[in-house]
Design a protein around this ligand. Structure first.
Ligand SMILES: [Zn+2]
Length: 318
């Protein structure tokens, strides 16, 4: 188990040993924080036929089936097209209301619970309040604010927010993570698994390239068209631009470099911070619109949108 999950695990075991284990859980945490891993471990503990010393045995029939990914009493509805509809949730409730096939309990892990439609969420309320028999529900989300308050209030909430020192020391033990820094973690919302994937995929080089080219542009030494081309090839390009703008706003407020995410781009951040606050805020909104348009409309011309956005960035009031 990932070391930053251990305190949560111990809390869970304590609840189980004292016979007061909550039946409805909401696991919140950034993508790549390990909350899915934690939910699967909880599920394994509940479903294992002979748990020993506070951990699943790893070799009973239930553990074997779980390892293969098909235990009949573990249900994991899938999000289709960014939505979890009422039919999917009703089917899940149906699965939970029949007796377990193998052991004493049934478990549901609902990924991206914020994707539940309003009717799906409403359909789940009663089950969360009074789970049928020995049913356990684990809802996962990286956007708890997007959930109905009635869902949140019916769950035992658990925030997976890895301790930075613990996450870094784990990262440094991974082959691709030896050069990991606190900045890499912050670039990935403090999520160690996301940070490792980021380093493994060579995204750090891409981010540096983007900052360099943007710095050239801000210093009037580059061409917007070149940057648009680069941005089109970077899946995380727009998110990095957002982080840069947020850092520039922090810089305007006089925050120290330690409070910034992109601490290695100070000249660029100061170049951006020299622009009026209203312009930076407008640019942030513009990025949000671009992302939304690109998500909703597959025919949207991102290049053109980016070019407009860069022109807004370079605009200076005379
Ligand atoms: Zn077992």
């Amino acid at each position: 188990m990932y070391p930053w999950l251990i305190p949560h695990w111990q809390q869970f075991l304590q609840g189980a040993q004292q016979g007061r284990l909550a039946h409805a859980w909401l696991l919140c945490g950034a993508s790549g924080s390990g909350k899915g891993e934690l939910a699967r471990r909880f599920a394994n503990q509940v479903l294992c036929q002979s748990p020993n010393q506070g951990s699943p045995c790893g070799h009973c029939h239930a553990c074997t089936l779980l390892a293969r990914g098909h235990h009949p009493d573990l249900h994991q509805p899938e999000v289709s097209g960014r939505s979890l509809g009422v039919d999917t949730i009703r089917a899940l409730i149906g699965q939970l209301s029949v007796s377990p096939q193998l052991g004493q309990a049934k478990v549901a892990i609902v990924p991206q619970a914020q994707c539940m439609t309003e009717s799906a969420a409403n359909a789940l309320l009663k089950t969360l309040e009074e789970p049928p028999g020995a049913a356990y529900l684990f809802l996962l989300t990286d956007q708890p604010n997007a959930l109905l308050p009635t869902i949140v209030s019916r769950c035992r909430r658990l925030l997976v927010q890895p301790d930075e020192a613990c996450a870094l020391s784990w990262l440094k033990q991974q082959p691709a993570g030896q050069a990991a820094t606190a900045m890499h973690l912050r670039l990935n919302q403090g999520a160690p698994l996301a940070t490792l994937a980021y380093l493994e995929a060579g995204l750090e080089t891409q981010r540096q390239q983007l900052c360099q080219q943007l710095w050239g542009l801000v210093a009037r030494q580059g061409r917007p068209g070149e940057l648009v081309k680069l941005l089109e090839s970077l899946p995380l390009g727009l998110s990095w631009l957002q982080l840069l703008l947020l850092d520039a706003l922090k810089r305007q407020q006089g925050l120290a470099p330690a409070a910034l995410v992109m601490q290695d781009c100070l000249p660029l951040l100061d170049g951006l911070a020299a622009k009026p606050t209203a312009q930076l805020l407008g640019l942030l909104r513009g990025l949000g619109r671009l992302q939304e348009e690109a998500r909703q409309n597959p025919l949207f011309n991102v290049s053109l949108g980016l070019l407009d956005w860069l022109n807004d960035l370079l605009f200076e009031e005379k």
